[in-house]
Design a protein around this ligand. Sequence first.
Ligand code: UDX
Length: 487
Amino acid sequence: MDHTLEPHVLIFPIPFQGPVNCALKLAELLCLSGLHVTFLNTEHIHRPLLRHTQVLSRFNRYPNFKFQTIPDGVEHEKPVSGDRFMEVMAAVDAVTKPLFREMMVSGGLSRKSDRPVTVMIPDACFSFAIDIGIDASIPVICFETVSPCCLWTSYLNLPTLIEAGDVPFKGNDLDQMITSVPGTEHITRRRDLASFCRSDDLSNPVIELIVKEAHAVPRAHGLILNTFEELDSLILPHMRKLCPNIYTIGPLHTLHKTQLTAKITSSQETTFSNSVWKEDRSCISWLDNQDPKTVVYVSIGSLATMTVEQLLEIWHGVVNSGKPFLWVRRPGSITGGYDESQIPAKLLARTKEIGCIVEWAPQEDVLAHSAIGGFLTHSGWNSTIESIMEGVPMVCWPYFVDQQVNSRFVEEVWKLGVDMKDTCDRLLIEKAVRDIMDQKHNGFTKSANTWANLAKDSITKMGSSSIQLGRLIDDILVISSTPFDPK
Ligand code: UDX
């Protein structure tokens, strides 16, 4: 074994907006600490990333950073919606996995190459990378970008849920409590588990993928999570019994922004976008003209979709609340599309008066804007933690995967808003918006401020997330120079 290997980290996200965005932020934090980083993107996601961002020029300032791409067999030119998640993952499994194995075992990034990778940081969902790391004697630290509450209740405990007979569900009562997961016995109902737990078929490909992840993650050297210690204090002690080496480095977007600003003082940048859609910044000028805390921000993230019927219910609900609103309607997010002739004239007229609709917004800046008073969200983990950071209460309308768990925690554990899961009714939406903006505003704002302050504390120099990031960097240096023993 070569003891003089130069530390060289490989970061390998799954090819979707959220995970790639998080992985780029982590990559930049590691670059700032002087580590050599290779960022491996599949071709399908790399193309729109280059088209809509300045990542190439931004990362050019790090001579120790390199982008590399790998084929994925995905034909779609544009980023796909969530209904195609498994199509992409299956293509990666068929096309990327064997190429990746070759690359790591005997190819350009292997121990036999001129520039060997000393630590791999794949998305935890790529359980094959953990196996390949062990085969190729390369330590693996997984990065899971879904929420820790979902990772615990529905991923790492999926084998337990199956063994206990909790999944698949017996009967139709979605309100039955789930008691087989330690730590969340009094919180999680069936409807609050990750969406795939509703499947009645254990050979469902998503369930198979997650069971593989549940077995693989505890075999990795460590696990990186986008959270801070206080936020997930309910479940982290339980999770650490299974995965002792957890690095909590969230809110990652703020830790990243803070360290970048502190270390690159000459930086003139105002945006750190890693968006695979073009950001429309005109909505910031629109927000500038609104009163403080009056606007509802509506967005369902990068993968979720809604039907025209759901669009109309949400649209009526928001408009009838009377609050000004900024709404992101991502191209492809309304199933089958719609044209204005389907929309009541009154709704369109009122929208012109109080609404602003864009295809993609600079969300971090939007949530930080003083005009924003609430967020109607699909409860994706990035959106949730971005909202927590800015102290913005939420109306949650979850779509899939971790979002069902996140929305439950937002309402029940963190007391940050209203969980609307499994409903889509204009009256309920109007009430929920009024609740977070008016009726229950004070209560939600109090919790939101408490969590936002704890989030801010965590990324200060001596805060828990800064310390955990430092520990991650130290560990990478140590394991890079230590002979690797997979046992
Ligand atoms: C989904 C999951 O819910 C998420 O938890 C998982 O990690 C990946 O798959 P997604 O639909 O992308 O993710 O939602 P979310 O995790 O909330 O991420 C959306 C990201 O896009 C956020 O970082 C948000 O700031 C950004 N965004 C969204 C914009 O920049 N502009 C927009 O207009 C909308």
